[in-house]
Design a protein around this ligand. Structure first.
Ligand code: HEM
Length: 352
């Protein structure tokens, strides 16, 4: 049986309806992704906006850890990490490294002695074409348990309400331990004297298929020398970058990488909880920083040290942070790379 033929006007109307439906569905998907249907939902845009200092974001720079300096070097694996992960990075050998030493502030011009938390972005590449990216900080635990709490902390610390931080601390008592660390832990005069910690947990898979939930740290070879923030302030606003440049010029700086393995029941999702000291700890190799390069033209400038960029043999765990961080870092990366004119690459690029 033949179908009755549609009139040309009717079939055009049908096509228009189809196009409208498709456009509508696309717009709805966009609105959903952007969080328009669920204003309470935490989005990367909200996280990145909340990081901005009162004077506005530092255009062209990272939206957090905005002040930093690039380095290159080598990771020398001793082979012991292969017991935990089949990733090539743990096979005995030397692998090229690119990284960034930085301060946990959204202000690219913050004086070094005013920023309590210091960080390291790290990328290790292996001949199989895989890369391992990580972004670590020097406190032994994170101030809060969840990305949502981190967002609320940013809002509370920017709030004009004098009770905002007190209210926040009441709802998130885990922040007290971080406050105590910030008050009592010694400051040092060098990035080379800092221990950097992953804090978030990840899952390593070994060659037998067994899984191990881990965190890792870089322990400095240099002996930390405590210096008060008042004395550090006298060294000038950029003493950390000057010091590490001179220090590495006179000799490479080293850190031992230690991977700690969780016991069943350890808090793997919550970076505000340190694991007990007696957990299995495997020294997997040595990071050697061989050269420091200023950020404007340096190799770390356009790298996103996204903690979910992992080689085969590593994956994210039940911790919600890496996914939230990945989305926020991508947003920050998109913004800052589109603003390159606000952060000239070389002296010759600079506006007159
Ligand atoms: C939800 C929580 C977090 C948010 C929203 C956040 C946000 C950001 C953003 C937007 C950047 C700049 C990224 C770029 O432009 O490349 C950044 C950098 C960084 N973050 Fe986070 N972060 C979070 C949690 C953490 C945690 C838990 C750690 C450490 C354990 C950490 C350590 C770092 C470090 C070291 C950098 C600098 C990396 C580099 O040198 O490029 N962050 N963060």
């Amino acid at each position: 049986m033949t179908q009755p033929r549609q009139s040309p006007a009717r079939s055009m109307f049908g096509s228009l309806v189809l196009i409208a439906v498709l456009i509508g569905a696309g717009a709805a998907a966009f609105a959903y992704t952007a969080g328009w249907f669920s204003p309470q939902r935490l989005t990367p845009d909200k996280l990145v906006a909340a990081l901005a200092p009162p004077t506005g974001a530092a255009l062209g720079h990272r939206r957090n850890h905005a002040k930093g300096i690039c380095f290159t070097g080598v990771f020398e694996a001793n082979g012991a990490g292969s017991a935990l992960s089949k990733a090539q990075v743990f096979t005995r050998g030397r692998y090229p490294v690119l990284g960034r030493l930085n301060l946990a502030t959204a202000d690219a011009n913050a004086p070094d002695a005013t920023v309590r938390v210091r960080g390291m972005g790290l990328q290790i590449s292996t001949p199989d074409g895989e890369v391992w990216r990580s972004a670590m900080i020097d406190p032994p635990f994170f101030p809060v348990s969840t990305p949502q709490a981190f967002y609320e902390l940013l809002l509370a610390s920017a709030s004009k309400d004098p009770d905002a931080m007190k209210t926040f601390a009441g709802a998130h008592p885990e922040i007290a331990a971080f406050g105590a660390w910030a008050k009592s832990a010694p400051w040092t005069g060098s990035y080379a004297e800092e221990r950097f910690n992953s804090l978030n947990s990840f899952v390593f898979t070994d060659s037998s298929g067994a899984e191990h939930t881990v965190r890792w740290s870089l322990l400095p070879a240099a002996q930390p020398v405590p210096v008060s923030p008042e004395d550090l302030a006298k060294r000038g606003p950029n003493f950390l970058e000057q010091e590490i440049t001179e220090r590495v010029r006179s000799g490479p700086q080293r850190w031992t990488m230690v991977v700690s393995v969780a016991n069943p029941g350890d808090p793997t999702a919550d970076p505000s909880k340190a694991w007990p000291e007696d957990r299995r700890a495997v020294e997997v190799g040595t990071l050697t920083v061989q050269q420091i390069e200023p950020e404007p033209d340096g190799p770390c400038r356009d790298i996103n040290f996204d903690p979910t960029v992992l080689p085969s043999g590593m994956r994210t765990s039940d911790a919600p942070f890496p996914a939230a961080r990945s989305a926020a870092y991508a947003r920050s990366y998109d913004l800052r790379t589109a603003e390159a004119k606000d952060y000239p690459r070389t002296v010759t690029d600079a506006k007159p």
